[in-house]
Structure formats: C-alpha cells, structure tokens
Design a protein around this ligand. Structure first.
Ligand code: ZN
Ligand code: ZN
Length: 500
C-alpha cells in the first residue's frame, strides 16, 4: 500500500522548496488536533536533524496516526523492512521499523531536531511536553527555539518540577531539552541580503521571529482611552483558548508569563499588563546554490491590528512585502479561528475571515507598492522607453478577470468590516463549482493556508468549510471592487502536506 523499497527522489524543480506537514490544524477544544507542524527544506533530503517542529500541540500521536495509513499500528514481525514511502507527507523518508508507532518515534527521535514555539499556550505546547518521555536515548537534547517571552514562560511554568519535571539543561535539570532564545526581529549581525537576521535552528532551515499580539488579559486594568473601536462588553469573561487567563496572567509583568516583555521595551505600562504575546516566524530554506530563495511565514495565534491594544501585524507585513514582491515568500500560514458569525467582542485574540482579509489588504497594498517600485526600477533599466513598467512585475499576463490594475491596487483602502450587503450581489464560490477562481492582484502566487480553526463541535459541516467559503466570498467582493488580493486560500488538516 504505497510502499516502495527504493527512495523516490524529487525532481530538480523541487530543489530548495519548503515542505510543511500539518500534524494538527485546530485550536481546540478537541485535544487530538491542536496546532502543530513539521517543516523541512527539501534540499536536506530527510537527513537526521532536518525536521523543524513548528508548535507542538499535536506531535507524536499525529505522526503515528499519519503513518498508520502505510504501516500497521503494531507489528510482531521482527524483520525491519526499511521502507521508503513513495506517497504521502513522508514520501522519501526511510523508515527502519515495521509498525507505525515505532516509526513515528523514530521520526521524532532522529529527524526532529528543534521545536519552534510561537507562544506558550497549551494548544501549541501540550504534545511537546508529553512527548518528552521519548526524548531519552538521543545523542543530543531537543532544542526548543522561541523568543525569550516564550522560553521564560515554558521554563517557569511547565518545566518547573511541579507541572512537569525539569527536563531542561538549566537549573540542574535532566538535560533532555535545551533552549535557544531567539532575538526579536532577528539578529542583524547574522547573514546578509534577504537572509539578514536569520538564524539557523535546524539543518537547512533558518528563522526570524516577530512579536505579535494575541488579545488582552481578561481582567487586566485598562485605561479608559484605550477602549476604542467597539468596546468589549465581555472583557471580564473567561477565554476558551487561554482558560482562566485572568487569574494567571493578570499579575503585572511577571517574568515567565506571556505578558512579560523580556527586554524592557518602549511599550507603555498598560501594554505590558494587557497584551498577550505571540510570534510570527519567517522560515527560510538555507541557501544551497541549487535554486531560488524560499521563505514561508507562519503566524502564531494573532488578533487583528484593527482591534488590538498593541497593533503589531503591520510590522510583519512590512517585512513580508518585499519578499512577496520578489517571489521569495509564497506561503503564508495564518490562523482563522472562527467564521464571521463570531462577533468582535468575543474573538479572544484571534481572527475571523473579515479580519484576515483586512490584514491581507494591508499586506497587498504594501506589496503593490514594492512591485511598483521594482517595476519602475526595471523600467529605468530597460532604457526608460516604457511608461508602464509596473505591469511586468505584476505578472498580469493573463488579465481579463476584470480585476485590479496596478493603479487600483495602489488605491487600496482598508475596509473593516466589509459591506455585508454585497453578499446579495456576489455569488460566493460554491464548492460544487470546482476550485474558486484566483484573481489578479498583488498577492498573486501567494498561498494562504488557514490554521488553528476552532471546532464548534456541533452537528453540520466543519467550521473550516464556512471559513474557506467566507474568505473566497470576501475576495470575490474585493475583485468586483477592483481590489482583489490575488492569493489563494486553503484549509489545513492533519496529514496535509504543502510544498512551497
Ligand atoms: Zn492557540
Ligand atoms: Zn494562544
């Protein structure tokens, strides 16, 4: 069943691509499908230590489940077949054991070198903690790489000999886990060109992280003038994601809490006590000289800038825009926890489709600007004969969708919320009509993969389906206004593999 006894090597077109395997696509409440991914550079050819786990709410159990498709869960057969799968997310990896569980733990022990964690919430960390029981018998400790606020929280609140044994190599711990504290915004002494600031976290992959905002602590004191843009009547209620966030996180600036700003930055006091931190990571395939530069951008849980006390996604978009304009960055994994039925007052630091679209509009505007600059530069080089240099870099070869021209991208205005009346005029992409249409727009070529969908646990279709439909409906609406984003939208699920 899909097994082959030789390695299936990928074609040269995949040199230096980045593969993402989704292990868990949810944000709860079910504990078996919470956020976790495996990321690798295809150039590393499944070498030991070449897999990067990005968040690990779901980890070993999900790998086991995926491998059950090709291997039995148990196998009494003592002869290891050493099988290389030809299909599926682990195609090309050589498995030494007969059973799914033995092979899954082999993947974790031998291939996963580093755990890159966006923020310390349990739905991004639980698998890692439980899986530490399999971390013995490896030649070196597992590395947990994160911004200091995440490392501090995990060190103080998980591996503290109360919640879990101190398995770290700090404070006389056992030494199964070692921390790599990343510099926010990257270490600018490292790398140059587009790789400036990136630091290697496992074989073949480099990262750069930016702090983003993930809602506010439910009962933290807030200055009145900060209650704006639709005040939150549910400010005192419990957050389903963070649990009783208020009681844990409301102490001001405790080291090790998600709200602690490790390096005392310029943030005013109210931000230190009110805003929950998370991280967006740029992940880059290390240069191999075998192909073009490749990057993806993975967001931890995030709230929209439009309602944040501390709006910071714009900084991430500013970093991403030139890389999208140049075609280096083509994959964006970002949460969309709810569908548009969720009111702004009860987002708990997350996004719904209307917010994701508004955020992407900010990005699209920046990308259009950069493409215009690039076009002008290229135009000048080409003897300044052309007066429409921007068109070439836009990749508008197959225009005719009635979508935006570069000029109208430039005039993008960010609207929130989008006009709901337009729903009547636009027929949103229906699944039975085949894949939705990808419009011309600044984000053409970018795949937006939705992660961290919160299961409604109700009868009826999974909420991910309505999220996807709403995203495409927003995009169709924007296209009719001549402001299409141009990206594609996909929903992640456990076992899915994406190649960027
Ligand atoms: Zn989460
Ligand atoms: Zn969270």
């Amino acid at each position: 069943m899909g097994q082959h006894h030789h390695t299936s090597r990928r074609t040269s077109s995949d040199h230096n691509a980045i593969q993402v395997i989704c292990l868990g696509s949810g944000g709860g409440p079910s504990e078996d499908n919470v956020t976790g991914f495996l990321v690798r550079s295809t150039a590393s050819k499944w070498a030991k230590g070449s897999l990067l786990a990005v968040d690990a709410g779901s980890h070993l159990a999900a790998i086991t489940r995926i491998l059950e498709r090709d291997f039995p869960l148990f196998d009494a057969n003592k002869e290891p077949p050493s099988t290389t799968l030809q299909e599926g997310p682990f195609a090309g990896l050589s498995f030494p054991y007969a059973s799914a569980r033995a092979n899954a733990v082999h993947v974790v022990r031998e291939h996963v070198a580093t755990y890159l964690i966006t923020h310390p919430h349990l739905d991004h960390l639980a698998g890692f903690a439980i899986n530490t029981a399999a971390f013995h018998n490896t030649s070196r400790p597992k590395r947990l790489a994160a911004l200091p606020f995440t490392v501090n929280a995990i060190k103080s609140h998980i591996f503290n000999d109360v919640i879990w044994p101190n398995l770290t190599d700090e404070d006389n711990g056992v030494g199964f886990v070692t921390f790599q504290r990343l510099t926010e915004g990257g270490n600018l002494a490292l790398g140059d060109g587009h790789s400036r600031g990136f630091i290697e976290v496992c074989d073949g992959l480099e990262v750069k992280g930016f702090r983003i905002s993930h809602g506010q602590c439910a009962s933290a004191p807030r200055p009145d003038h900060q209650v704006r843009r639709g005040s939150n009547p549910n400010i005192g209620m419990m957050a389903p994601d963070g649990g009783r966030r208020a009681s844990v996180f409301s102490q001001p600036s405790q080291p090790g809490t998600p709200t602690f700003y490790g390096q005392s930055g310029p943030q005013p006091d109210f931000m230190q006590t009110c805003v929950v931190d998370s991280t967006a990571f740029f992940i880059r395939a290390a240069e191999t000289g075998m192909g073009r530069e490749r990057e993806i951008l993975v967001f931890g849980d995030v709230e929209p800038d439009s309602i944040s006390l501390c709006p910071r996604t714009r900084t991430v978009w500013a970093e991403a825009a030139p890389k999208i304009a140049l075609g280096i960055l083509r994959g964006l994994l970002i949460e969309c926890s709810y569908n548009d039925d969720q009111p702004d007052a009860v987002l708990f630091g997350h996004l719904a489709p209307r917010h994701l679209i508004a955020e992407l509009q900010v990005l699209a505007e920046m990308v259009a600007e950069r493409k215009k600059e690039l076009g002008e530069k290229a135009g000048r080089k080409r003897k300044r004969a052309s007066t429409h240099g921007g068109d070439d870099v836009m990749g508008n070869g197959d225009a005719g969708t009635g979508a935006a021209t570069p000029k109208s991208h430039h005039a993008h205005s960010v609207q929130l919320p989008l006009d709901p009346d337009l729903d009547e005029k636009v027929n949103p992409s229906e699944p039975e009509n085949g894949p939705p249409r990808i419009y011309e727009g600044p984000l053409k070529g970018v795949r937006v993969v939705v992660i961290h969908v919160k299961d409604t646990m109700t009868d009826g279709p999974p909420v991910g389906e309505s999220i996807l439909q709403e995203l495409w409906a927003h995009e169709t609406r924007l296209a009719l206004q001549g402001k299409a984003l141009g990206c594609s939208f996909e929903i992640s699920f456990s076992g899915a593999s994406f190649l960027f």
